[in-house]
Design a binder for this molecule. Structure first.
Ligand code: CMP
Length: 142
């Protein structure tokens, strides 16, 4: 089924100037950008986004990293978008990510791993509405 997922190009990848290379992978693999914005996340916005990880030992470092520079937040639409996007990203730890995935090619460490993607349809719905108003998502009619 056609789904939507939330994608974040993280501060390390924005700093490397590979926004276009990452978008190109989405576009060449059947995912369409239907929402997009560049943001420099505040502490509050980053903490709220990652609230499910609040008790994890890496939470403080994660929030510090995600607020260290601008990010590009996008809504991607396509057939099985959640899984398709996760396949393109590769494993959370770039050292375990399959060759040719975004994390294998652009990320250095589990902390600075270039991209985030929703892990389920339910989290996609929550994450999309966290960053986008309804009218900021633009369905493609052609
Ligand atoms: P992301 O998909 O953005 O979700 C939470 C992030 O925490 C994850 O990517 C990693 O960048 C980061 N992280 C750091 N350490 C860990 C860990 N041990 N397990 C999972 N995520 C981690």
């Amino acid at each position: 089924a056609v789904e939507r997922t939330l994608s974040i190009i993280k501060p390390d990848a924005v700093a490397k100037n590979v926004i276009g290379k990452i978008y190109s992978r989405f576009e060449s693999n059947g995912l369409k950008v239907v929402g997009a914005k560049m943001l420099h996340l505040s502490q509050e916005l980053a903490e709220g986004f990652y609230a499910e990880h609040k008790e994890r030992p890496f939470f403080g470092d994660l929030v510090a990293f995600m607020t260290s520079g601008p990010v590009v937040v996008s809504v991607l639409e396509g057939e099985n978008a959640v899984a398709a996007h996760r396949d393109l990203m590769g494993a959370t730890n770039p050292k375990e990510a399959a060759a040719g995935t975004i994390r294998a090619d652009f990320a250095e460490s589990i902390d600075e791993n270039a991209v985030h993607g929703s892990d389920s349809a339910a989290s996609a719905a929550r994450e999309i509405s966290y960053f986008f108003k309804d009218e900021e998502v633009c369905p493609r009619t052609r």
